[in-house]
Design a protein around this ligand. Structure first.
Ligand code: ADP
Length: 923
């Protein structure tokens, strides 16, 4: 029975406090077990894994085991890596086990949190721990590995460039660390292989995603793509770039910046019709030209060099709008990238064709269980809930957060803003406080760097290019007087310790394994130095100062959250101020990104502060509310170079951000609906090709199943074929029997002649005759090509399915481009897209069936043993890189199909092209 309370929770949702309250008893249980396992010997502790597995086999559930298992991991972590998870970390671990999102602030130790649910879930399936870059995957695997290994579990690591055998081994471990891209690409590659043995990944049981907001929200618009080369039309892009220059904003087209929309005016339409030589621009035949024109205009109006992209070595490189990171592997889709290249007068890069693609959201939805952690999820709670069914729980910090958020300051111009930031940095530097300055673009980082140089301030600039090296630098960003400029992603996942990180420093001079003595000595030395530096960075706060009062208010709130009594006396005398100061050079569209930046300061109860500097020229203010603030400044008589600042303004800006967030959510939701169509089709195709894969070594080949499948295909195809020459239900006068006889002769030997066919009196009888003929041919083929037929059939089916799917992807891409323009006709493009996509998919399946049967039934089909065929070159991401072709093929697959193929048949060389365009070209 559902209680009233539960029903109400369902309607209104629970407050975070309510969620925590429910979880606290579980933490108590873990604590009770923790006391009990303290006395266990190492061996007793390690034996727990087998005991748990046995108990699971007897019917206990993971939830039953949780308290004890978490306690065991806790103890193992203490004994191996010297970290004993705090209560709040246990709490986070429980949330992850419950397939929810744990929001935990920076520095709270999320890496360790993941070990508890990872261990528990590895008792029943495979666990993937997903990080944002290779460096972090490697770091976390090596850092946390000993905990799992102590308990008898195997831990694997996936890194870019690893060969398939190593990947396979890593996936066979109980727990595997890797990045989202590696996991996603392996999934795609696993669905491009021909035999069971070539798959690497294994089941998708349970994943814990670190920085889940980055993966599921910021990366929402960028799919993982495996691609190969295709034809290019460089000249066309150049031509449209030239034409676009003839169009004037305000006259020929209008721009809606808020929605990033661009519309042709009547004058513009007339102009386009004249230049493109179309009588009516909205004629279906003109859609493509119109699309290219629009793309060329968008490339000019919305995409700014050094903001949205940079030009480097003759290439256009995308700058991630959220993080300012360079994305050399990515290309804008739908011809936009080429349009930008054309605009910049660069060589048009050869466009590549998509062979397989998946968005990260769809990939992660394939897991049976999904959980995530991040410092910032609350602002996007609705999105996580609505789209992924993931609930967000905010975990209280281990120690109270006393970071001071200073009110925003707004300048009139960007220039004045950056000067002010540089002055502020100089002021703080004099006090010895470490400063971290966050920018949203490389351009801004460089501009600021120049200003700091002019003031002779030593500093570091990070662009999220070299994860490992930047992690080293960020780790030292908390040293006395350190100045660090970083884009959002730079050094993500690395903790900033006040006074610096002694371990990082010691490790730079001595390898702890090779020179343990020297390392230890250095570590002690740097630890002392860090302590001394820290003492200079923080200072005791006046107990009754306004600062102390603010801190106490924050501490009171923390006590409430964690269910502790609040006694000001306990805290009053131990308050510190100073610490790391964070300056944001712009407020971002999403509050979440700002919070991530500010969250770098004030970790684990440290003092710290953060402030954002803005200008009316910033994107956010240009679009939202900047004008009103400008008017206000006029009225107050604020001069150039002078800022205004007020809590009310800060709040108004947060409101503007909320509006943008909501708009972006709507856009993502809409895009997701488009992706949904492709996702469903992809799942259907992958399920289909799964049935055709060559069985793994040692597994029985399911020949009867395969024959049954082919026989069903024939039933369907026979009707289709007959219909071409004899409309369904028609009488013999309407039949083109010579045509049908000819078609059958290509598919079967012997085949019925006109005379034999004409014996059928009704249409159904004719179909029956065709079916019989083809079924008989199928069995003849099986005999004739024995024992190779099943393998040949599987290979042919796979090749045809893959090639058809590849072409279908291309068609879907085109459809997506074109469909937008149907909105002109007042129709809902999404509905149109779904309908069209469905139709194309059905057609594709029929064509594939026909192609496969024509090949397999062909009397000319012959087989001879030969070395395995090479896979066609494909690229991963957008880079034209050759991944290793499938290394090992089952000996059974060493068969080459040789037939006098028809010119329209798929080429037997495996290129996927039609024979006449491939090896048959000169014949
Ligand atoms: P996050 O990813 O949440 O920012 P990390 O996993 O990088 O945090 O950990 C931050 C720091 O906290 C690390 O230096 C780690 O050693 C330390 N830490 C984490 N958990 C504990 C713990 N239970 N006890 C002591 N130190 C811890």
């Amino acid at each position: 029975m559902v209680s009233f309370k539960q029903a109400l929770d369902f309607v209104f949702g629970q407050t975070n406090e309510q969620k925590l309250k429910k979880l606290l008893p579980l933490v108590e249980e873990v604590n009770a077990w923790s006391e009990k396992v303290k006395g266990a010997s190492d061996a007793e502790l390690a034996a727990k894994t087998d005991e748990f597995k046995a108990r699971l086999a007897e019917g206990e559930t993971l939830d039953d085991l949780l308290p004890e298992a978490f306690a065991v991991v806790r103890e193992a972590a203490k004994r191996t890596i010297g970290l004993y998870p705090y209560d709040v970390q246990v709490l986070g671990g429980i949330v992850l086990h419950q397939r929810r999102i744990a929001e935990m602030k920076t520095g709270e130790g999320k890496t360790l949190v993941a070990t508890m649910p990872a261990y528990l879930n590895a008792l029943v399936g495979k666990v993937h721990v997903v990080t944002v870059n290779d460096y972090l995957a490697r770091r976390d695997r090596h850092w946390m590995g000993p905990v799992y290994e102590f308990l008898g579990l195997k831990v694997g690591l996936i890194q870019e460039g690893m060969p398939p055998e190593e990947r396979k081994a890593a996936y066979q471990c109980d727990i595997t660390y890797g990045t989202n891209a590696q996991f996603g690409f392996d999934y795609l590659r696993d669905h491009m292989v021909v035999s069971e043995d070539q798959k690497v990944q294994g089941p998708l049981d349970y994943a814990i995603i670190d920085e889940i907001d980055y993966i599921l929200i910021d990366e929402a618009r960028t799919p993982l793509i495996i691609s190969g080369p295709t034809k290019e039309t460089a000249r066309m892009f150049k031509e449209f770039a030239r034409i676009a220059r003839l169009f004037k904003e305000g006259e020929d087209f209008e721009v809606d910046e808020e929605h990033r929309r661009l519309t042709l005016t009547d004058q513009g339409i007339a102009k386009a019709e004249k230049i493109l030589k179309f009588e009516n621009l909205f004629d279906p035949r003109a859609t493509l030209a119109l699309h290219h024109l629009e793309t060329a205009l968008r490339a000019r109006v919305f995409f700014k060099r050094d903001r949205d992209y940079i030009v480097k070595d003759g290439r256009v490189i995308i700058v991630d709008e959220f993080t300012g990171r360079l994305m050399p592997d990515r290309r804008y889709s739908g011809g936009l990238h080429q349009a930008i290249e054309a605009k910049e007068g660069l060589t048009i890069q050869r466009e590549s064709q998509t062979l397989a693609q998946i968005t990260l959201q769809h990939y992660f939805r394939l897991y049976k269980g999904l959980a995530g952690m991040t410092g910032t999820a609350k602002t996007e709670e609705t999105e996580f809930k609505e789209i992924y069914g993931l609930d967000v729980v905010q975990i209280p910090t281990n120690r109270p957060l006393i970071r001071q958020q200073l009110p925003d300051v707004i300048y009139r111009t960007k220039k004045a803003k950056f000067e002010a930031v540089a002055d502020e940095v100089a002021r703080l530097h004099k006090e010895g406080r470490p400063v971290l300055i966050g920018t949203t673009s490389i351009e801004d980082s460089e501009q600021l760097s120049k200003l700091l140089k002019r003031r002779k301030l030593p500093h570091q600039v990070l662009n999220a290019k070299h994860h490992e090296r930047e992690a080293q630098i960020v780790a030292q960003a908390g040293r006395l007087g350190a100045i660090t400029i970083a884009t959002n992603m730079a050094g993500r996942g690395t903790d900033i310790l006040l006074g610096g990180n002694p371990e990082f420093r010691a490790r730079q001079e001595a390898d702890p394994k090779e020179e343990p003595e020297k390392y230890k000595e250095l570590l002690e030395k740097y630890k002392k130095e860090a302590e001394e530096e820290r003492a200079k960075i923080v200072r005791k706060a006046e107990p009754n100062s306004p600062y102390a009062k603010r801190c106490l208010a924050q501490i009171k709130k923390w006590c409430q959250e964690t269910g502790r009594p609040f006694r000001p006396e306990e805290w009053k005398d131990g308050l510190y101020e100073g610490g790391l100061h964070v300056i944001g050079c712009q407020r971002h569209e999403a509050r979440r990104i700002d919070d991530q930046l500010a969250g770098r300061a004030g970790r684990q109860g440290d003092p710290g502060s953060a402030q954002f500097f803005m200008s009316l020229e910033d994107d956010l203010l240009r679009v939202f509310g900047g004008e009103r603030i400008g008017e206000l400044m006029d009225r107050l008589g604020v001069k150039e170079g002078e800022p205004i600042t007020h809590d009310l303004l800060t709040r108004a800006i947060r409101r503007a951000q909320k509006r943008v967030e909501e708009r972006n959510f709507e856009i993502r939701k809409r895009l997701l609906e488009y992706d949904e169509v492709m996702a469903k089709q992809r799942e259907a195709i992958y399920a289909l090709r799964e049935r055709f894969l060559l069985p793994a070594e040692g597994k029985p080949p399911d020949v009867e199943g395969l024959m049954g499948y082919l026989s069903e295909m024939i039933e369907e195809y026979a009707e289709l074929l007959t219909e071409r020459y004899a409309p369904p239900g028609s009488t013999p006068e309407a039949w083109d029997l010579p045509g049908l006889a000819k078609a059958l002769a290509r598919l079967s030997e012997p085949a019925p002649g006109v005379e034999e066919l004409s014996q059928a009196e009704r249409w159904e009888g004719l179909v029956e005759k065709v079916k019989e003929t083809l079924q008989a041919q199928l069995h003849r083929q099986r005999e004739r090509l024995s024992p190779h037929f099943p393998i040949v059939a599987r290979l042919v089916l796979l090749r045809v399915v893959d090639e058809s799917w590849r072409q279908h992807l291309l068609e879907l891409d085109d459809l997506k481009e074109v469909i937008g323009w149907r909105a002109y006709g007042g129709r809902d493009p999404l509905v149109e897209f779904k309908r069209e996509a469905h139709r194309l998919f059905q057609e594709m399946l029929l064509r594939a069936e026909e192609e496969a049967l024509q090949f397999l039934l062909s009397p000319k089909l012959s087989v001879k043993a030969a070395p395995p065929p090479e896979a066609a070159p494909v690229g991963v991401g957008k880079r034209a890189k050759k991944p290793s072709p499938p290394k090992k093929e089952g000996s059974k697959s060493k068969v080459k199909v040789k037939a006098k193929v028809g010119r329209n048949d798929p080429c037997p060389c495996g290129s996927g092209k039609k024979y006449k365009y491939c090896c048959g070209r000169n014949k």
